[in-house]
Design a protein around this ligand. Structure first.
Ligand SMILES: [Zn+2]
Length: 232
């Protein structure tokens, strides 16, 4: 059904169809299970290798988040839109607020099965893990961060939302890594036109306030607002 809709909507050449479904979080056929999460088979293998190496250095690499479908991202977006509207924000204010921490469905790198949010199972238990300061100074995730900075690239993994004042888009996320050999291909194939067309066709709540100009600016600032190593 989704595939038929997309093909009709975008008038796509046959060969382009499969990756477009992956890019939008609509295809799960390339995924394998890793604990309670899912990753592309290639990314899962690279992660397993990295996890084994980290373990020998006393770091227990654990996934907090991996693949996320379009549908799941839509639920997150719509739930936040409803909540912020109920708190009295205008529709555009609500969307700006959502974009502090969440993506527009169809634009998340977690749709691809190549991106992971990680923690260290050997660190003291934390109620909140996704706090940048906990990865620096004397924070509980300093050993994890230092190990990843020194070693992740050997396994193909890179930070996406770096601490770089020249970078635009999402805030610094020291827990979010991407498997570059695969993700690089996906980012190169990603076009804002197709994602926008699908987003509009689905009818996401709040989506009426996102027009083509907004989408294009978001694409430049957020989707392309990543570690410069990722878009070379
Ligand atoms: Zn993430």
């Amino acid at each position: 059904m989704m595939k038929v809709l997309l093909v009709l909507l975008l008038n796509l050449p046959l060969m382009a169809q499969d990756n477009i479904l992956v890019l939008l979080g609509l295809d799960e056929s390339h995924l394998v299970s890793v604990d309670t999460h899912r990753l592309s088979a290639q990314t899962a293998q690279a992660f397993a290798n990295m996890q084994a190496a980290a373990a020998t250095d006393g770091i227990d690499l654990q996934l907090l988040s991996a693949f996320r479908s379009f549908e799941r991202q839509q639920q997150i977006f719509e739930e936040k839109f409803r909540r912020y509207r109920a708190e009295g924000l205008s529709p555009t204010q609500a969307i700006d607020r959502i974009l502090q921490y969440s993506t527009i469905p169809g634009t998340s790198r977690h749709h691809w099965g190549t991106d992971i949010d990680i923690t260290d199972g050997n660190a003291p238990k934390q109620k909140h893990v996704l706090v940048p300061s906990k990865f620096h100074n004397d924070g509980p995730f300093v050993p994890l961060h230092q190990w990843m900075q020194a070693n992740a690239y050997r396994f193909g993994f890179y930070l996406v939302y770096t601490r770089d004042s020249k970078r635009t888009g999402f805030a610094y996320e020291p827990w979010h890594y991407t498997y570059l050999p695969e993700a690089k291909e996906y980012l190169a194939q990603y076009t804002p036109r197709m994602a926008f067309a699908y987003f509009k066709a689905v009818g996401v709540k709040g989506g009426a306030y996102i027009d083509r100009d907004f989408w294009d600016a978001y694409y430049t600032q957020f989707v392309l607002g990543v570690n410069s190593e990722l878009i070379k």
